[in-house]
Design a protein around this ligand. Structure first.
Ligand SMILES: Nc1ncnc2c1ncn2[C@@H]1O[C@H](COP(=O)(O)OP(=O)(O)OP(=O)(O)O)[C@@H](O)[C@H]1O
Ligand SMILES: [Mg+2]
Length: 210
């Protein structure tokens, strides 16, 4: 890679993909790279990232009670709305780079493609919750369901979503594939079955090219 590059800011980058695809691994590497290159970086995770949103995260991931798909959609949206207003927008306005571990594409993939809610309803809800904010760049880290399950084998506890069956996850994977096809200028699919450093390199090359 060339050493003569400029990193645009503000910049809003999201990472998407099923559990175990490598989002957190790649976000940590990217954050390190950006800091080394004198960028101001904020990392947030969804659902979460603010006190209120983390409380909603706890309900969504760990509630013992049944949550209907619509309630799930609205809880994710409430958490996102607070995150956008209180953290992401102010950070972008002050020129920072914001990296989000999941954003509204996950809602489309899980709640619409996965749970079966109407695509247009979920898109409208996403638009409302994000207050029109769209990531400049989204990395869809793609792995097979088999590999994602192998990578998660050592996990001690599974959340509400991680306990869902293969049929659900295949629909979610198909959802991410559709989103990447529909928005090729924003969403970049990268095979996260390749070695960690190769994936990191592709991500950096994309970021310095925009
Ligand atoms: N490209 C890769 N090759 C091999 N192993 C990887 C790769 N990327 C990630 N891993 C490993 O897979 C596991 C899951 O990665 P990671 O926690 O980054 O995934 P995630 O997408 O953040 O998952 P979750 O959605 O559950 O938070 C980790 O043990 C990580 O080291
Ligand atoms: Mg993670």
């Amino acid at each position: 890679m060339t050493t003569d590059f400029k990193i645009r800011s503000p910049l809003f980058i999201s990472f998407e993909g099923i559990d175990g695809c490598g989002k957190t691994t790649q976000i940590n590497l990217l954050k390190e790279f950006l800091i080394q290159n004198k960028c101001e970086v904020i990392v947030a995770r969804e659902p979460g990232g603010t006190e209120i949103s983390e409380q909603i995260r706890n309900i969504l991931l760990h509630s013992k009670h049944k949550i209907s798909p619509v309630s799930e959609l609205l809880l994710f949206s409430a958490a996102r709305s607070v995150l956008v207003q209180d953290l992401i927008k102010p950070a972008l306005e002050s020129g920072k780079i914001v990296i989000c571990d999941r954003f509204f594409d996950s809602t489309l993939a899980y709640q619409a493609y996965g749970r079966g809610l109407d695509l247009e309803d979920v898109k409208q809800c996403n638009q409302l919750a994000s207050n029109g904010l769209v990531p400049d760049l989204t990395f869809f880290l793609s792995v097979s369901l088999e590999l994602s399950k192998r990578r998660m084998e050592n996990k001690a506890q599974f959340d509400r979503f991680e306990r869902a069956g293969d049929a659900f996850f295949n629909k979610v994977i198909n959802g991410f594939e559709q989103i990447a096809k529909e928005e090729p200028n924003r969403v970049f699919k990268i095979s996260s079955e390749n070695p960690i450093q190769d994936v990191a390199q592709q991500i950096i090359e994309k970021i310095v090219s925009i």
